[in-house]
Design a protein around this ligand. Sequence first.
Ligand code: SF4
Ligand code: SF4
Length: 181
Amino acid sequence: MSLPLLPDRTCGGCVECCRVIPLDLPELAKPTGELCAYCVDGAGCSVHAVRPDTCRIWFCLWRVIELDEAWRPDRSGVIVRPDGIEDGIITLYVLRRSDFLASVDLFVTVAGWIAEGIEVALSIPGPVGTYPARAVVTDWLRPAIEDGDPQDFVTRVIRSLDTLAEHDFQPDGVTARYAVV
Ligand code: SF4
Ligand code: SF4
C-alpha cells in the first residue's frame, strides 16, 4: 500500500519495520521479528538504492498522519500499521509495553478515532518466525472512552495484551534469504 507521506517527517533512527514486518520476496525473505541483514540498527537500510519495492512503499502511519514525535515506533514501542486502514481499521502493533501505553496522547487519539467510527485493533508479535496475534478491541475500549477514564483505558489495553500473549502463535514459514546484492 502506498500512502502519501508527511513531507517533513523521516524515520530517523527507527528501524522497527525492518525488524518486525515479514518479507517473502525472491530477493529478500526474512521471518517476522528478524532484523533484516541489510539493516544497520539505529541507522537504516544499507542497500537503500536497490531495496525491494515492498520496502519502498511500506510505511507505518506515523509517517503518514499527524501524530506526535512520541509516537515514533522505536520510542513508543507501537507501530501504527497501515494494513486495514482501507477497511476503516487501525491496528496498534505493540512491540513492547512502554509508558507510552499510559499516555494521555494515546488515550485521546484512540478516543478520537473511535468517535470517528474507526475500528481499533491491538496486535502483538510472537516469537521470531511466527505470525502476530491481533484482535479488534473497539467495543472493549469504548466504555473507558465514553467515561473519559484514561486509567480504565490503559487497564483494558493491558488486559487485551495479556489475552493476546496467550495466543498459540503459528510459524510464518519464511526461511531467511538475503540476495538483494
Ligand atoms: S532491505 Fe532495507 S528497507 Fe528493506 S527490510 Fe532490509 S533494511 Fe529494511
Ligand atoms: S516503523 Fe515507521 S518510522 Fe519506523 S522505520 Fe518503519 S516506517 Fe519508519
